[in-house]
Unconditional design. Structure first.
Length: 84
C-alpha cells in the first residue's frame, strides 16, 4: 500500500452467551476458548475476506493444550493468534 496505512482500532466487548460454534461477526475479531480435544493446534485464527480485505476474524484457543502450558506459553500463543 502506498502512503499512510489504515489504522486498526480495537475495543473489548464481553458477551454473556456461550457460542460453541464461534461464528464470525462482521467488523470484529472474536476469541473463543474451549476444550477442542487433542488436536495438532493450540490456537487457530480464521479470517473472512471480502475483496481481499479482512472483514472478520475468529480465534479458537484450545484449552485441552492450554491447561497443560505455562502462563508464559499461554500468553505467547494468545499474542501470536491475535497478531501482536
Amino acid at each position: 500500500e502506498q502512503g499512510d496505512p489504515n489504522v486498526l482500532s480495537l475495543s473489548v466487548v464481553k458477551v454473556a452467551q456461550h457460542d460453541p460454534a464461534c461464528e464470525f461477526v462482521i467488523g470484529s475479531m472474536k476469541v473463543c476458548n474451549g476444550d477442542y480435544g487433542n488436536t495438532d493446534w493450540v490456537g487457530l485464527n480464521q479470517v473472512k475476506l471480502l475483496d481481499d480485505q479482512i472483514i472478520a476474524s475468529v480465534v479458537f484457543m484450545n484449552d485441552y493444550h492450554l491447561d497443560r502450558m505455562s502462563v508464559e506459553a499461554k500468553q505467547s500463543t494468545m499474542c501470536h493468534e491475535l497478531g501482536q
